[in-house]
Design a protein. Sequence first.
Length: 456
Amino acid sequence: MTLRCSMLVAALATAVCQGAQAQTIDRLPLDYRSAQARLLERSDAIRGADADVRSKEAQEASTSTLRRPTVEFEGQMIRYQKTLYLPLGPLADVAQDYAIYDPLRFEIERTSTRPIVTATLPLYSGGQIPAVQAGAAGQLEQSRAERQIVIDNGLLQMTQLYFGQQLLERVRDVRRDALAGLDRHVADALKLEQEGFISRAQRLQAQVARDDAARELEKAEADLASARVALAGALRAPSGVDPVSPIFVIRQPLRSLDTYVDTALRAHPQLDRLAALEDQAEAGVAVQRAKLRPTVYGFAQYNFDRRDTLLTDPDWSVGVGLRYTLFSGVDRSQAVQAARETVTQANAGLREARTQIEIGVTRSWNEAEAARRRFELTDTAITAAQENLRVQTLGYQEQQTTSLDVIDAQLGLARSRIQRAQAGYDFVIALAQLLHVSGQIATLPGYIDQGERVAP
């Protein structure tokens, strides 16, 4: 390689390093707690869920005044004609002498206004008012539970992206180190070939392995670029995110399975959602039953125009009314039965959810414990792989091992480093899934504080 080519390669390498450093500086550094807070603040899905909760709160508040009177104003302008008949009685015979016939007939044609205020007060609704209020409260609880589900799902996804980016950064670094090691091996092989110590075929084996490592590095960089875009989008950080909280493991065994199951059955938002649906179904039964009962109401009416009014219109009136449906096009007993079946469906759904949550917690707990144990098995793997690479390299230089032995050792070290990082990531994700299915994903920062950093 000429001096000019060497200078060009060095300049390009320096530019790439400076560009990578500038990108790192531009990215927003966030520890896990800050990332969690940023997600809760900026997620559009969570904002939408918050809006739905506010909507249901307003709806429930609107039902709190159902027992108050309803006051309505009605204004009418009427053009009408009225015919009146006045019996003459004993004067009928006298009236006939004057060509006046019995009864007297009067026709009135005029325009009249009717400004009337009517007030209606429910006295007995048959249970419909409390049922409607209970249904609105159930819808509010359902909305709150669904918002919590959105939050928990968002936190789990963000956790996967946050630590997944770190895993891919480590894979990229391992692939880069492996390529650098194979570059050195190719250079050594080229010298040995020139000195006649190895054949051209052995040198080509090293070159092929080096090219494979370069392709693996390209793939790792592409995967990392995609992961960075995904995390930046989730946290609404256009410049990218630089995760600060590292991949971690907890050496001590997790709390007992029963602890997580009990917590899940108390705190999982999906159970709260189904319980709210059950409450709404019960309210639906009460509404249908209320339709079988009469309603009683009080009313009052006042006419503001007493001079220009119809003869049949009172100046004011008060009273009590009863309304009862004798016949209806809808079979009300079947409607009650349908509502009861909805309750049965809600009960079954709640029981099934409890069973599935218990299964999910058990599976996630086992996976987290298995991931923790797998990570512990990687403690000696890297040390052994590093020593094997050292021995194989020395042996190759002394013509006691082959090029394939060195390549296998180099790739074995890279594989061990990736497996260790993967094992740490698997533990974090298994733990996050365990906390998610037990309804306590928000407590993950506490586990991070207890954990041990997984070294690159």
